[in-house]
Write a protein that binds this ligand. Structure first.
Ligand SMILES: [Mg+2]
Length: 209
C-alpha cells in the first residue's frame, strides 16, 4: 500500500477526551447561554442541546449563532478556549514517537473549532507534525460525515484518494471517506468489516503504514 497522506480525526482518535475536559466545555457553554439569554443554568442546558440540534447542524456554537446571532468566534473563546488545558491533558511521548516515525503528510480534520484542536495538540506536544488543521469553520459548518470536509482535505492534499488514509473513531465519518476512495482505519475494540483496518488505539497505526 502506498499511503502518502494521513487524515486524522482529533477527539477520541489522537487522544481520549477526558470526561472532566468535556464537562468543563459544557459548563462554559451553559454559563454563557444562561448569561446571554438571562435564564437559569438548567434552562440553558436544555437550550444548549436545542442549539446543537438546530437545523441538524451538530455544532452548539453555530446553532447558537443561527438562533440568536451570537458570534461563533466569541462563543468559542468563552467556551472551548476558556479551559485550563494543562489540568486535563499532558504531553504524550508515545504519540510523539509514533508521529515521528510516520513519514507521510498529516492533517487533522475535526468537527470541533480549529482553535480547540490546536490547543489540544499543542498540550499533547504533537502540533508540529501536522501540515494543517481543519475545523468546523473551514467547511462552513457542514460537518463530517457530510462531503465538504473531505473535499477541503482532498483540495489541500492534491493527491489521488487511494493514496490517503483516514483515521477515525466514528464509523459513519469513514463511510463517506470510503465512498470517495480514501482508505479507512477505525479506532475500535470491535471487528468491523466495512473499513480497511481496525485499530485498538492510535498507537497501532504504524503497523498499517
Ligand atoms: Mg472523534
Amino acid at each position: 500500500m502506498k499511503i502518502k497522506s494521513v487524515i486524522f480525526d482529533n477527539d477520541n482518535t489522537l487522544y481520549r477526551v477526558p470526561k472532566e475536559l468535556y464537562e468543563a466545555v459544557i459548563n462554559n457553554m451553559d454559563k454563557l447561554i444562561a448569561d446571554y439569554l438571562n435564564i437559569s443554568k438548567e434552562k440553558a442546558s436544555i437550550e444548549r442541546k436545542n442549539c446543537y440540534a438546530f437545523n441538524n447542524c451538530r455544532s452548539t456554537g453555530y446553532g447558537f449563532y443561527l438562533k440568536y446571532g451570537f458570534n461563533v468566534k466569541k462563543f468559542n473563546e468563552r467556551t472551548y478556549l476558556n479551559i485550563a488545558f494543562n489540568r486535563y491533558l499532558k504531553k504524550d511521548y508515545k504519540l510523539v514517537k509514533l508521529l515521528e516515525n510516520i513519514s507521510q503528510r498529516k492533517i487533522i480534520l475535526t468537527n470541533n473549532p480549529k482553535v480547540f484542536a490546536e490547543k489540544i495538540v499543542s498540550v499533547l506536544g504533537i502540533k508540529k507534525f501536522f501540515n494543517e488543521i481543519f475545523g468546523e469553520e473551514d467547511y462552513n459548518f457542514n460537518l463530517k460525515p457530510k462531503l465538504e470536509p473531505y473535499h477541503v482535505s482532498l483540495n489541500f492534499l492534491k493527491e489521488p484518494s487511494e493514496n490517503i488514509l483516514m483515521v477515525e473513531d466514528t464509523l459513519e465519518n469513514l463511510l463517506t471517506a470510503k465512498k470517495l476512495g480514501i482508505k479507512t482505519a477505525l479506532i475500535t475494540n470491535k471487528k468491523i468489516d466495512n473499513v480497511d483496518f481496525c485499530l485498538k488505539d492510535i498507537y497501532e497505526l504504524e503497523e498499517f503504514l
